[in-house]
Ligand binder design. Structure first.
Ligand SMILES: [Zn+2]
Length: 312
């Protein structure tokens, strides 16, 4: 290799993977197990790119159709904050659904520059689709989680990272932790777990300052973490400036999440998600018995529909 070629290779390595190219191994997602019956289940959907370019991509049209179907079936968008505060925003007669995006691909949040120099959100990126859909369907609620790793430029446009992160927080979305370098926790030594999680929080803090307080949910790179009480104890104690790094942790296993399991550390760190490149809303709707409170609290002293999830 010439020295110039070496320099180019070194620069490419420094710049990280170009957006739109998968640097991660596909999540280790087995075929979805039969959906369980029950009344405390809710779906957490996992998307990667919103385009047609990658193995785990879902097209913009398909993503919008998913939203249409979920809304018409009576779902309501929630975020990790809602799990922490007892689902207080959930309207009676609606079922919670959480929409999550992994890796921070540009097709999740893309700015276009108009001829006059101003910026607009690409109407075909995930945020553009969500904003339009939620504005026109207020009963669906608002919010989604963007799990960010720093092995690449978050959302692909270096110059707009700060603007994008703060736009998301302004509009009720959540920034989640997908670790600093997107290495699987399955093969990593336990001593590396802390820096992998706090490194991402530290990087996000540079752009959002004290708004980092809401970044306490993590999606495990590759979709899984080791089992065991010692693992749970260790992961539960990692924090950055007093903010739990993995107050809630999300796997990809094709199953429905279970509100009841959130009361244990093991359950909080392994909240089930369905990879929507491998599943569909139609398949999801084959399940009956989603959590759906039919009556709402009469006043502020009535019990919450679901007791708050402790974060430690
Ligand atoms: Zn990932």
């Amino acid at each position: 290799m010439t020295s110039f070629a070496c320099l180019l290779a070194a620069l490419a390595a420094l710049a990280g993977t170009p957006p739109g190219v998968y640097s991660c191994e596909p999540p280790d997602t087995p075929p979805p197990p039969p959906l369980p019956e029950g009344s405390d289940r809710f779906p957490v959907l996992c998307y990667h790119s919103i385009d047609t370019g990658g193995e785990l991509s879902v097209s913009a049209r398909r993503f919008r159709n998913d939203l249409e179907q979920l809304e018409s079936e009576g779902f309501f968008l929630i975020t990790p904050e809602d799990l922490s505060n007892g689902l207080v925003r959930l309207p009676a007669g609606r079922s919670p659904v959480m929409i999550t995006f992994d890796d921070g691909w540009q097709s999740q949040f893309n700015y276009l520059r108009r001829p006059d120099g101003s910026l607009e959100i690409d109407p075909r990126c995930a945020v553009g689709i969500l904003e339009e859909f939620c504005d026109s369907h207020p009963d669906f609620g608002r919010g989604a989680v963007f799990f960010i790793s720093f092995d690449k430029i978050p959302f692909g446009q270096q110059e707009y990272i700060e603007q994008k992160f703060n736009f998301l927080l302004d509009r009720g979305y959540c920034i989640g932790n997908h670790s600093a370098r997107h290495r699987s926790f399955m093969g990593m030594g336990a001593d590396s777990w802390g820096p992998a999680l706090t490194g991402a929080q530290e990087a996000v803090k540079k752009y959002v300052g004290i708004r980092l307080g809401g970044m306490y949910a993590a999606a495990w790179p590759g979709g899984m973490i080791p089992e065991g009480a010692r693992v749970d104890e260790r992961l539960s104690t990692i924090s950055f400036e007093g903010i739990p790094s993995a107050g809630l942790g999300f796997v990809v296993d094709g199953a429905l999440a279970d509100l009841g399991s959130l009361r244990s550390a093991s359950g909080r760190l392994r909240i089930s998600r369905m990879d929507m490149a491998l599943s569909s809303v139609t398949r999801l709707l084959g399940h009956r018995g989603f959590y759906r409170p039919e009556t709402w609290r009469e006043d502020l002293h009535s019990p919450m529909p679901f007791s708050a999830v402790p974060l430690d």
